[in-house]
Design a protein. Structure first.
Length: 427
């Protein structure tokens, strides 16, 4: 009787919850296109004396807005480099972007006497925060024919890119990247002039590799300390070590030994491939969900394994300290070891500040990104750097193209030939 009541209650509760979430999800886009706001024929920047300081500024919901319908831009590309696998989620363009569910980009803009502020929002229901994570004996890549044996770098991240016209065939490229720039509060600043080159100064990240090959394995790992950061825009945040390394130390442990020990003592319950399907017993605990075990520090990992109620405790405690570290390395190399180390940028690479609605402390890639991405960019109208476009409100217009990437480095959807119009200040 008691059980039945409980069941009834939870079914009702579930129904109510799903009804509420239905209402919420069906309102999501309307929230950004409220009745009072008008669609403008080009992206219009309005003058303000109160600069927006956050992604939650109410004007990012109430200002007149501009929308862009995206279409295929670059498709069918896969990286030539050996060892870079499964990094082209947008390979088929629109039909693969956001799982073929489509998107449009909604833009709003403000400016003051110093800066331009641009807000962008678009739909992409799945979070891809990992750019070129390291895997050991990871998945193969059917399109490239690369096998996953040994170290490979896998997965790409989600990005939004503006190309602003600088004249003389040059474009000022602003690329917000969930893997490489967002965590530290910036957009990548580059220039397209025949080829795409980063601006002068220090970029927000550097490659985490032992040598210059994508088979060499990581050089660094997370040092286990809390990755707190006070960003110039958006303030205090914490970075999920499952996907991001900011506090780094030299990479520790021998993955080859770790795999050997694992196969001897853990595979019977956790699976030869770490997928939870052991040959003696299915523990159901997989180490392969991206970020899942790489966010547990080396010192914290022991308490997850050395528990009386863990059937593997005895096997663990029979290992030497060194073997334990090697096995931890093996677990990390299934969840993915971040492929880049983040750093605070400097010089002309630090001109574009950016923040988003992504909660960086713990990114659950199974959860749907139901509200889509929202990103705010802030840049000086004139940085004084030769590799940047100058925004001159009195001249009225600057032309731009826009590109969206979903788990991809090379392929994109987007649209070209748009204008940002600076509406003169009234009075
Ligand atoms: C006899 C079966 C068995 C063996 C051997 C075994 N495990 Fe487990 N393991 C389990 C089961 C069952 C669970 C899930 C229940 C639990 O967490 O206790 C688990 C859970 C875990 C977890 C997840 C804990 C968490 O907090 O999420 C880790 C990590 C783990 N095992 C590591 C290992 C390692 C490393 C080895 C090899 C030294 C090993 N296990 C050997 C059965 C086993």
């Amino acid at each position: 009787m008691k059980a039945t009541n409980y069941k009834l209650f939870s079914v009702e509760k579930l129904l109510a919850l799903s009804f509420i979430s239905f209402i919420l999800s069906s309102c999501t886009y309307q929230e950004f296109e409220p009745a009072g706001a008008k669609l403008t024929p080009q992206l219009t920047a309005y003058y303000t004396e109160q600069p927006p300081s956050s992604i939650k500024d109410p004007r990012w919901r109430s200002l007149n807005y501009y929308t862009i319908t995206v279409s295929d831009q670059v498709t069918g590309q896969k990286p030539a480099d050996d060892g870079i696998l499964n990094t082209y989620g947008t390979f088929n363009g629109l039909s693969s972007f956001n799982k073929g569910l489509g998107t449009e980009v909604l833009l709003r803009a403000l400016y003051d006497d110093t800066n331009v502020y641009i807000f962008a929002s678009w739909n992409d229901e799945s979070f891809s925060p990992a750019n070129h994570n390291w895997y050991y004996n990871g998945p193969a890549d059917s399109k490239k024919g690369d096998n996953g044996t040994g170290w490979t770098r896998q997965r790409s991240d989600d990005k939004l890119q503006f190309n602003f016209d600088m004249g003389a065939g040059k474009k000022d490229v602003w690329q917000w990247s969930l893997g490489l720039s967002e965590p530290v509060g910036y957009a990548l600043d580059m220039m397209l002039n025949g080829s795409l080159l980063p601006d002068a100064g220090t970029m927000p990240y550097f490659e985490n590799e032992l040598d210059d090959t994508n088979r060499s394995g990581p050089k660094y790992e997370w040092d286990g300390t809390s990755q707190t950061l006070n960003r110039e825009l958006g303030g205090y945040t914490i970075l999920d070590p499952g996907f991001y390394v900011l506090n780094s130390t030299d990479y520790l442990g021998d993955v080859v030994n770790g795999d050997a020990e694992y196969q001897l003592h853990c595979a019977k319950c956790h699976g030869v491939n770490g997928d939870g399907a052991g040959y003696d017993y299915e523990s159901g605990v997989s180490f392969r969900l991206p970020g899942s075990f790489s966010r547990i520090s080396r010192s914290g990992m022991d308490s997850h394994i050395d528990r009386p109620d863990h059937d593997g405790q005895g096997y663990w405690n029979a290992m030497t300290a060194e073997q334990k570290e090697d096995v931890k390395t093996r677990l990390y190399s299934w969840s993915g070891i971040p492929g880049n180390v983040l750093q605070v940028p400097a010089g002309s690479s630090a001109d574009i500040k950016a923040i988003s609605n992504v909660v960086l402390g713990k990114i659950d890639i199974i959860k749907k990104n139901t509200n889509g991405y929202q990103v705010m960019f802030v840049r000086k109208l004139n940085t004084g750097n030769a590799d940047d476009a100058v925004f001159s409100p009195k001249d009225g217009l600057i032309d731009f193209d826009i590109y969206l990437y979903d788990n991809d480095d090379l392929n994109s959807v987007g649209s070209t030939g748009h204008s940002l119009f600076f509406k003169p200040k009234s009075n």
